[in-house]
Design a protein around this ligand. Structure first.
Ligand SMILES: Cc1ncc(COP(=O)(O)O)c(C=O)c1O
Length: 450
């Protein structure tokens, strides 16, 4: 039997102490999530209240056969472990892992696939996810089925013995469609017990939803968004309940070297502590903006609105609506002018940050999905996405209102103003788009960014 060269070093991550259970003030009572986000414990030698950055690639061993808890930062680092245990606690997981980006997290998941395996996923996916799956289908012998995941029956119909992963996003982005995670997880596990249900929880964060409690096997998210909250860190998070899956994911992270570096771990940990208060403000601002646009006649997609066709389903799984919404003007040029006319709303991909952002997904985050595919998936080219931050709500609405007027998106009425609406001619004589030619090979502005 081969002897491990460094028996005391836990290269495979098997001996990790269990992540701290939710810290209990006394038996029978748990702290609320907002408290858990802030509350941490560590065994730091100086009792530092903020976990220090262990900016060290290697760790000295006590003897030639090892002896230290850490040896090399690609395999493990105290700052990273602290963050991972904190995340496991708030994600309702037995193990969490942090890597260099959200796409890095999905890459780690897809390394579970073997040639011949099949993936079932949605038809309104984040552009970068779509691109990675397309790459795997083209180069690695993986078959990818894009189905309408808002209908659990379409997912179930696509499952067979070769299905290895079912990959879900909810709410989808930018169409804000809701996917029934419990119904799909039950159906998938019944049809093929070996298939793993994977949920990208970037749009909600653990503050608003715990997919592992809804039947998912793996949850991952771009921590670049809400978890960090300040657009100054790129990071991805993975979490599981089943530790054997966690071991496999850790193997890839250690083997490929995509674990999150200590500096980023520190910044992400700091961001997580303010998640609750940021999310609360971002959500209430998003609700006000959504109501403002809807009241003036725009078609708005936001699960916080009663008019959302899957309002009840969303609230059966989530604790909040999030802070991303989209609306349509009926005209691509008008949408472009709105995006170009705002001042406070920065024209940018991504979301989840403290400052508010505006974008045209079909020209930006989703440009990596070709126009023909976008058309097949009924993605309106004029859709405008708003990612709402923590600014003063009156300033946000004033700025948006000015942009709507300047862009000719609204007409003045006796009571104020209202959207021209799909199918009408807007101010300035710009004809509303109904059957615009698809833009083939659209340039990838901010390619693959969110
Ligand atoms: C829903 C979703 N998943 C995954 C990603 C990828 O994350 P990252 O940009 O951190 O690689 C993004 C955004 O970029 C996203 O919006």
């Amino acid at each position: 039997m081969s002897k491990k060269p460094f028996p005391n070093i836990d290269l495979d991550g098997h001996d990790f102490p269990p992540s701290p259970a939710p810290s209990s003030p006394r038996p029978g009572r748990k702290y609320a999530l907002a408290t858990e986000l802030v509350y941490t414990e560590s065994n730091d030698q100086y009792n530092a209240s903020s976990m220090p950055i262990y900016q060290s690639a290697t760790f000295k061993q006590t003897s030639g056969s090892g002896g230290g808890e850490y040896d090399y930062t690609r395999s493990g680092n105290p700052t990273r472990t602290h963050l991972e245990r904190h995340l496991a606690k708030i994600m309702s997981a037995s193990r969490a892992l942090v890597v260099s980006s959200g796409m890095g997290a999905l890459d780690v998941v897809t390394r579970l696939l073997r040639p011949g395996d099949e993936v079932v996923t949605g038809d309104d996916l984040y552009g970068g996810t779509n691109r990675l799956l397309k790459y795997l289908a083209t180069n690695n012998g993986i078959t990818v089925h894009h189905v309408d995941t808002t209908n659990p029956e379409s997912v179930r119909a696509a499952i067979n013995t070769k299905t290895a992963l079912v990959l879900l996003e909810t709410p989808t982005n930018p169409l804000i469609k809701i996917v029934d995670i419990p119904a799909i997880a039950t159906a998938v596990h019944a049809a093929n017990p070996g298939a793993l249900v994977v949920v990208d929880n970037t749009m909600l964060s653990p503050m608003l939803m715990n997919p592992l409690d809804l039947g998912a096997d793996i949850v991952y998210e771009s921590a670049t968004k809400y978890l960090c909250g300040h657009h100054d860190v790129m990071a991805g998070v993975l979490a599981v309940k089943d530790e054997t899956i966690g071991d496999k994911l850790f193997f890839t992270i250690n083997a490929t070297g995509c674990g999150l570096p200590p500096n980023e771990c520190f910044l992400l940990m700091r961001g997580i502590k303010t998640l609750a208060i940021r999310m609360e403000k971002q959500q209430s601002n998003a609700q006000a903006v959504a109501e403002f646009l809807e009241a003036h006649g725009f078609r708005v997609r936001f699960p916080g609105l009663k008019s959302h066709p899957q309002h009840a389903l969303h609230w059966s799984m989530a604790r909040g609506a999030g802070a991303v919404l989209s609306f349509e003007t009926g005209n691509v040029d008008v949408s472009e002018r709105i995006v170009g006319s705002t001042k406070i709303w920065g024209i940018s991909v991504s979301f989840g940050c403290v400052n508010s952002l505006i974008s045209m997904p079909c020209r930006m985050s989703h440009a990596s999905i070709d126009a023909k595919t976008r058309a097949e998936r009924h993605m309106p080219e004029d859709i405008v996405r708003l990612c709402v931050g923590i600014e003063d709500i009156s300033d946000l609405i004033d700025d948006l209102q000015t942009a709507l007027v300047q862009a000719g998106a609204v007409r003045i009425t006796a009571d104020g103003f209202e959207a021209w609406g799909t199918g009408q001619t807007v101010a300035g004589g710009v004809q509303v788009k109904t059957d615009e030619e698809p833009v083939v090979d659209a340039p990838e502005v901010g390619a693959g960014a969110s």
